[in-house]
Design a protein. Sequence first.
Length: 132
Amino acid sequence: RRFQLALRYLYAVYELVSIIDLSDNTISTIYKGSSIYQGTRFGDDALRVLERFAKDYIHPKDEERFIAFVDPPTVEERVIASERNYLVDSFRAHSHRGSYEWMTIELVPMQVDSQKTVLMCMRKTSMEVIVK
């Protein structure tokens, strides 16, 4: 029960949650809160899906930066070089209103059954953070 309750709050925060398996370069959507974003089937090719996502949803001026940010083969190395245990950046993405909104994407490396994976979570960017 506690686990389900915790997930409900997690889902209230994020628009999209996916798992990238670094061992076989696949991606699977585990939660999709907004009907505008297409989910993935279990085991879709990660880089191809992320490139398609960038073309379909990310602002053209942010596409290249987005692809570099989510690049699966370099995530682990970039996390080690960072000051945190995860990576975070914001990009303009299509919203259900038809305009672009700032969305924050967090990449969190995790070990699942001895497989290296990355949890990719996307949420609306807090305007308080942008203003500061």
